[in-house]
Design a protein around this ligand. Sequence first.
Ligand code: SME
Length: 158
Amino acid sequence: MKANAVRLSREQAKEVLVRLDSTINSARGRAARESMVKLLNSAVPTYTWVGIYAVEGADLVLDAWSGPAATEHTRIPIGKGVCGFAAKAGRTEIVSDVSKDPRYLQCFLSTKSEIVVPISAQGKVVGEIDIDSDQLDGFSSVDREFLEAVARKAGTLW
Ligand code: SME
């Protein structure tokens, strides 16, 4: 069950990074991002919903996602929500209990924790990876390092 899943281990993270390379193959841009969200969502039990937002002017626009349901937050102003905060600050945000974070914009009733990792290209934030977990405190420094590596890859393929 996804809700009771244990967190990502270093070994699993390494394995998923290797799989990510072969899954993306030679795809770039949106096609690469579609492959990324699908693989992350299916390979890591704690990653209940995985999305990539792209910066479009002053907003973040949902570009690719994989999970049990669509979100109504398909456009988020930079500066709003955990997503907008991470984009503005240009750094990873981990919210271990979304019910305690006033910035949090709710997408799914089942979400307990969230991580948002900015994607940069040519020194600018061009997008971000947003992951919701049904598990409380679902993200550790292993997830952070792993997803920052995924974000670097996404940046080079942007
Ligand atoms: N929770 C996010 C909004 C996006 S949904 O999680 C898909 C936020 O607080 O910015």
